[in-house]
Design a protein around this ligand. Structure first.
Ligand code: GAL
Length: 683
C-alpha cells in the first residue's frame, strides 16, 4: 500500500496487462440471442474493449424463481469473454428485484413521501432498509461470489448499480424504524433529539422514540433538522447496503476488489459520495452531459471532484454515453469529436478506465433510444468508428494509467451538507442552487486559465493557496476553527452569500450573519436581502448581481471593500469585501455574479494569493489544463473549450496524443473542442 493525498492505495481491478487504460461498457447479453454474443465479442475486439460490466440487471435471469438458479448462460458468456481477453466487472445483480420476489414480498417496495407505493415495472424498486430485500439480495450475492470468485475473467465486483438513483428517499415503515435506530445512535436520548431538532417550535416535542417519523407529506414545512437528518440517514442507509454486499464479497472472495458506480454529476445530490469513497476499493463514477452553456465545464467539475474524492488516485469512469441519452426532454446526439473529448476529459482528471452505457444499443425496453458503443445502425456508423478510434487512442495513452492527479494551488470546496441544507424549503429564497454557484466559480477559474481542484470539505485544505467555498452554509464550530487556522497560516479564503449561517443541527449562529464566519470575514449582516426574479443590482466594478444581496456592516479595521453596490437601496453599501489576516485573507461575495461577473474578483484574489495561470496568454480561458503525474513525468491534458482551432505554441512537451477534429488538422494545432496530451519531464 502506498500513501497519496493521505489516502491508501486500495485494490484495483486485476489486469494482466497493466499499465493500460480500461475501455468497455455495460454489457447486457441477456437481451440478445446466443449467436449475437459471438458477434459482440468479435466487435469488442475490433473496438479495443478490454473490460465489460456484466449482469447488472440479470437477477430475474439468474434466479427465475426463489429456489431455481440458472447460471449456465452466465458461465457461457464469462468463458467467452475470458477466451477473448476481455475482463469482467461482475455486478452482484441486485439492482432490480425480479417479479417473483416483489409478488411474494410486496413489503420490499419503497413508499414515497406522499405514501404512495413505488410499484415494480421499472427498476430499483426496493427499500434500502428492508430486511427481507437485504436477505434475498445477500443470498444472490453469495451465490454469485461462490460461483465466479475464481473465474479468470473476474476483475472486480460491481455492487448493485447506481445505488440511490431512484430509491434514495424511502418513507416506508421499514425506513421509519431504521431512521429511529439511526437517530438513537446519533443522539442517545429523545431529549437530545428534541434539542437538536428544535422541537419546542410548533409543538413538535417527542416523548418517545416511537413517535419519530421520516419527513412524510405534512401540512406545512417539515422540521428542517428532521429533513437534514433524513438526508444523512438515507445516504447512510444505502451506504449500509453497499457495506452489507461488500462484507459477503470480501468473505467469499477476499482477493477481488469491490466497487459501485457513483453518480457525481449535475443535481444528483442524495448520496454523500465523499463519505462513501472509503467503502470501495476503487472509486467508480457515472457521468452524463446535460446540455447547457456550462455543460463541458460541468463534466470537468464532476470528473475533478470524483478524482479528489478518490484522493487523487486513479478512478473508473464506469458509464457515460457515446452519444444521446434517453432521459432528457430532448436527447441531443453528440457532435463529431464529442465522444473522445468527453472521455479524455475524464482521463485528464484521473480516470483510468473509460466505459459506457452500454455496449450494444437495445432493440427493446425503455433505453432503446439511448446510444451505445455499437448503435442500431451497426458497425458501419460514425459512432462505432469514433468508438474504435477512441479505443486506439486509449491504447496509445497506456503510460498514463496509474498516474495520479497533480494537485492544483487553488480549490473549490464542495460540501454535501451545505448543498442539502442551503436548498431546504422555508428559506429566504427557494431559487438558490448550491451546485450552480460552485460551478460558476469553477467556470470563472477556467475562463482565467487557472487550474483548480474541486475538493470535498473534508480534504486537506491547508495544501491550497486559495480556497473558494461558495455557499458554505453549514459551518460547525470545528470547521470554523479550521478555516480560521487556514487563513491565519496565510491561506486565502473566498466565500459567498448564505455561508456560515448554521451549525450541524441547522441552528442559526446568533449575533448577526455570516454567523460562524463573521469574525473571520470581519463583517456583520443583520438581515438577508434576496432579490426577486426580475431584480438585479449593479456593482461599481461593472458587474451585475442577481438572486441575493446583503446589507453588509464592516466590523473590522482590516476589511477593505473590493466592490460597492451602486444601484437600488443598497447603493453605496459594500458588495464584496476582503479582510487581510497577516499574509492570508478572507473574501466575501454577497451576490450571485455568474462566471463573467466573478472574473474581476477572482483576478484580484488570485493575484493576492500569488496563484497564476500555467498556460501561455494565448490559451488562457480557451483551453482547460489538467495535469497527471508519475515519479518522473507529468502529463498535460489540454482541452479546447472553444469551437475554434488553437495553436499550442508556448506549451512545452512531447505530444502523446492529438485529437483530430474538424478540418483543422495541422501539426501543433488543437482542433475545435479537441484534446491533446503532452508528456513533460517532472519538474
Ligand atoms: C444509468 C444507469 C444505466 C443506464 C444509464 C442511462 O443511470 O446505471 O443502467 O440506465 O443511466 O443513461
Amino acid at each position: 500500500m502506498q500513501e497519496h493525498h493521505g489516502h491508501r492505495w486500495l485494490r484495483w481491478p486485476s489486469d494482466p496487462v497493466r499499465p493500460r487504460l480500461g475501455f468497455g461498457a455495460d454489457y447486457n447479453p441477456e437481451q440478445w440471442p446466443r449467436h449475437v454474443w459471438d458477434d459482440d465479442v468479435r466487435a469488442m475486439k475490433v473496438a479495443g474493449v478490454n473490460i465489460v460490466s456484466l449482469a447488472i440487471f440479470s437477477w430475474a435471469r439468474i434466479q427465475p424463481r426463489a429456489d431455481e438458479w440458472d447460471f449456465a448462460w452466465l458461465d457461457d458468456i464469462m468463458d467467452l469473454l475470458h477466451t477473448n481477453g476481455i475482463a469482467v466487472d461482475l455486478a452482484t445483480a441486485t439492482a432490480s428485484p425480479p417479479p417473483w420476489l416483489t409478488t411474494a414480498h410486496p413489503e420490499i417496495l419503497p413508499v414515497d413521501r406522499d405514501g404512495r407505493t413505488v410499484w415494480p415495472g421499472a427498476r430499483q424498486h426496493w427499500r434500502p432498509t428492508s430486511p427481507v430485500f437485504r436477505e434475498h439480495a445477500l443470498r444472490l450475492v453469495r451465490a454469485l461470489a461462490g460461483r465466479y470468485g475464481s473465474h479468470p475473467a473476474l476483475a472486480a465486483w460491481h455492487v448493485n448499480n447506481e445505488l440511490g438513483c431512484h430509491n434514495i428517499y424511502d418513507y416506508s415503515d421499514d425506513a421509519a424504524a431504521a431512521f429511529r435506530q439511526w437517530l438513537c445512535r446519533r443522539y442517545g436520548t429523545v431529549e437530545a433529539l428534541n434539542q437538536a431538532w428544535g422541537t419546542a417550535f410548533w409543538s413538535q416535542r417527542y416523548s418517545d422514540w416511537a413517535q419519530v417519523l421520516p419527513p412524510r407529506l405534512a401540512a406545512s414545512h417539515p422540521n428542517p433538522t428532521q429533513q437534514l437528518d433524513f438526508k444523512r440517514f438515507s445516504s447512510d442507509a444505502l451506504k449500509d447496503h453497499l457495506r452489507a454486499e461488500r462484507t459477503v464479497l470480501r468473505e467469499v472472495t477476499p482477493g477481488i476488489p469491490v466497487t459501485t458506480n457513483f453518480m457525481v454529476m449535475g443535481e444528483t445530490k442524495g448520496m454523500h459520495y465523499a463519505d462513501w469513497a472509503s467503502e470501495v476499493d476503487f472509486v467508480a463514477n457515472d457521468h452524463y452531459v446535460v446540455p447547457g452553456p456550462q455543460a463541458f465545464d460541468e463534466l470537468s467539475f464532476s470528473a475533478n471532484l470524483t478524482g479528489n474524492i478518490a484522493g487523487g488516485r486513479p478512478w473508473y469512469l464506469m458509464e457515460h454515453s457515446t452519444s444521446a441519452v434517453n432521459w432528457q426532454p430532448v436527447n441531443v446526439a453528440k457532435a463529431p469529436g464529442g465522444l473522445a473529448r468527453d472521455s479524455l476529459t475524464h482521463v485528464a482528471h484521473g480516470a483510468d478506465a473509460v466505459c459506457f452505457f452500454q455496449w450494444r444499443q437495445s432493440a427493446a425496453g425503455a433505453e432503446k433510444y439511448h446510444s451505445g458503443m455499437l448503435p442500431h445502425a451497426g458497425e458501419d456508423s460514425a459512432v462505432f468508428r469514433a468508438v474504435t478510434e477512441l479505443g486506439a487512442a486509449l491504447r496509445d495513452l497506456a503510460e498514463v494509467a496509474g498516474t495520479t492527479r497533480q494537485r492544483a494551488r487553488a480549490a473549490v470546496v464542495f460540501d454535501w451538507e451545505s448543498w442539502w441544507t442551503a436548498e431546504h424549503d422555508s428559506h429566504p429564497t427557494d431559487r438558490l442552487r448550491y451546485r450552480r454557484e460552485a460551478l460558476d466559480w469553477y467556470t470563472a477559474l477556467l475562463d482565467l486559465g487557472v487550474r483548480a481542484d474541486v475538493v470535498p470539505v473534508t480534504a486537506e485544505l491547508e495544501h491550497y493557496d486559495l480556497l473558494v467555498a461558495p455557499i458554505l452554509h453549514v459551518v460547525p464550530a470545528a470547521l470554523a476553527d479550521r478555516l480560521r487556522a487556514y487563513v491565519a497560516n496565510g491561506g486565502h479564503l473566498v466565500t459567498t452569500y448564505f455561508s456560515g449561517i448554521v451549525d450541524e443541527h441547522d441552528h442559526v449562529w446568533l449575533g448577526g450573519y455570516p454567523g460562524a464566519l463573521r469574525d473571520l470575514l470581519g463583517i456583520r449582516i443583520e438581515e438577508f436581502a434576496p432579490l426577486l426574479d426580475d431584480q438585479c443590482v449593479e456593482l461599481d466594478n461593472g458587474t451585475t448581481g442577481i438572486l441575493w444581496t446583503d446589507r453588509i456592516g464592516i466590523i473590522d479595521a482590516d476589511v477593505e471593500v473590493l466592490a460597492w453596490y451602486k444601484s437600488g437601496d443598497l447603493a453605496g453599501r459594500a458588495a464584496i469585501t476582503r479582510r487581510s489576516v497577516g499574509t492570508g485573507s478572507a473574501t466575501y461575495v454577497s451576490t450571485r455574479l455568474g462566471p463573467a461577473g466573478l472574473r474581476p474578483v477572482l483576478t484580484d484574489v488570485l493575484d493576492t494569493a500569488g496563484v497564476h495561470s500555467e498556460l501561455p496568454d494565448t490559451l488562457r480561458g480557451q483551453v482547460e489544463l489538467a495535469v497527471r503525474q508519475s515519479a518522473d513525468a507529468e502529463y498535460w491534458f489540454l482541452v479546447n473549450r472553444t469551437g475554434e482551432p488553437r495553436e499550442l505554441s508556448g506549451v512545452e512537451g512531447t505530444i502523446l496524443y492529438m485529437q483530430q477534429a474538424g478540418d483543422t488538422a495541422a501539426p501543433g494545432v488543437l482542433g475545435p473542442h479537441a484534446v491533446s496530451v503532452l508528456r513533460r519531464r517532472q519538474v
